[in-house]
Design a protein around this ligand. Structure first.
Ligand SMILES: *Cc1c(COP(=O)(O)O)cnc(C)c1O
Length: 384
């Protein structure tokens, strides 16, 4: 059976060159970067080399880059770190409803510990405006955290404007850039953002590795306590192989960003057009233009997203309904709900996210399979 992977927002396959770059750090170069002998020094060199390459990719200094166990940890480190550091100054945080759970649940935790959080409502496309952020700012606001691009619908937020606003008001600005990192240009010399989260496994790197950019001079309370790793900001022996893999994945993104984006966008748009021709009553969720090249989130009226997923899976096609983290629950996605999508349409949503190695043949196959599935499910639906 064919196997088609259209779920790159959940995770990506590891690039073969990334795996090759990592392997020596599981084998002969297994040293602990904190050790002073040759094994340790080799690992330390690899670690610092990776840091320089990843930092350079976003226009940062190596000293502004901190490796973590992924996007979730980076989000926690940024948000809790600023909250605790600045709690004497104020207790108000601004974020948005369609954020990833790594941000939402972190903010909910802080609410339970005395912070006030404003969850901004996005527009119908899932976009958060700088005006809505401006209106929410109070003299108690210490942090604004707004994602760069949304993981479910791909909509890209105006983070340049929001970052500028935060700076003018002397408020720290964090962005969860896990979805955009490696896909959209990010340059911290031009973008006045203080903290940026990213993750390797969304860009053809390994799971369990990511990082946080912390602008020079931005103070944070530590999330993890222990040894003096990561210049005293993130304790724990570094995941050297993972970090080497992350840096390699970044190198490949740097070389292929433009080419990948064109290829993926072309596949995605062709897929969308052909589905529109062959299936009635399908609706795009997310911004028609200002969204990531790989995202196609569609509502198939009258059918349950979960049923579509299962039927597609039997034909070897992998996608997701809502976000991967909420699959299995019957709740419609919090992102689509925040956008004001009707609950029935929310429950009929499927997120296709295309990636670097997808082909037009795979799109052809999906276009051949999907109309039959939808037709059959609609025939069984009490709603249709
Ligand atoms: C995947 C994802 C995360 C979590 O990153 P992990 O490395 O899986 O912990 C956070 N935010 C967004 C937007 C994501 O897509």
């Amino acid at each position: 059976m064919k196997r088609v992977y259209f779920d790159h927002s959940a995770t990506t396959p590891i690039d073969p060159d990334v795996l090759d770059a990592m392997l020596p750090y599981f084998k002969e170069n297994f040293g602990n970067p904190s050790s002073i002998h040759a094994f340790g020094r080799n690992a330390k060199v690899a670690l610092e080399d990776a840091r320089e390459r990843v930092a350079a990719f976003i226009g940062a200094e190596a000293t502004e880059l901190f490796f973590t166990s992924g996007g979730t940890e980076a989000d926690n480190m940024a948000i809790k770190g600023v909250a605790v550091q600045f709690c004497e100054k104020g207790n108000h945080i601004i974020t948005s409803k369609p954020e990833h759970h790594a941000v939402i649940h972190t903010c909910e935790y802080l609410e339970a510990h005395g912070f006030n959080v404003t969850y901004l409502k996005p527009d119908q496309y899932g976009m958060v405006s700088a005006e809505s952020v401006a209106e929410a700012i109070t003299d108690k606001t210490i942090l604004i955290s707004i994602m760069h691009a949304n993981n479910e619908v791909g909509t890209i937020n105006p983070i340049g404007e929001i970052a500028q606003l935060a700076r003018e008001n002397n408020i720290r600005f964090h962005t969860d850039a896990v979805q955009s990192f490696g896909k959209l240009p990010i340059n911290v010399k031009e973008l006045p953002v203080d903290l940026i989260s990213f993750s390797a496994h969304k860009i053809y790197g390994p799971k369990g590795t990511g990082g946080l950019f912390i602008r020079k001079g931005v103070k944070l309370t530590n999330l993890l306590h222990g040894g003096a790793h990561e210049r005293n900001r993130r304790a724990g022996t570094e995941n050297v192989a993972g970090i080497v893999g992350l840096a390699k994945a970044v190198d490949i993104c740097r070389q292929r960003m433009v080419q990948d984006e064109q290829h993926i966008r072309q596949l995605r748009d062709t897929f969308h057009e052909r589905l529109q021709q062959s299936i009635p009553k399908i609706y795009l969720n997310g911004h028609p233009e200002k969204r990531l090249a790989g995202h196609l989130n569609l509502s198939f009226e009258f059918v349950e997203g979960e049923s579509i997923l299962l039927s597609m899976d039997m034909k070897g096609i992998a996608a997701s309904s809502g976000s991967a983290c909420t699959s299995g629950s019957v709740e419609p996605s919090h992102v689509l709900m925040a956008m004001g999508i009707r609950p029935e349409l929310g429950q009929s949503a499927i997120r296709f996210t295309l990636g670097r190695y997808n082909t037009m043949e795979e799109v052809d196959y999906a276009v051949e399979i999907l109309p039959e599935i939808i037709k059959r499910l609609r025939a069984m639906s009490p709603l249709a």
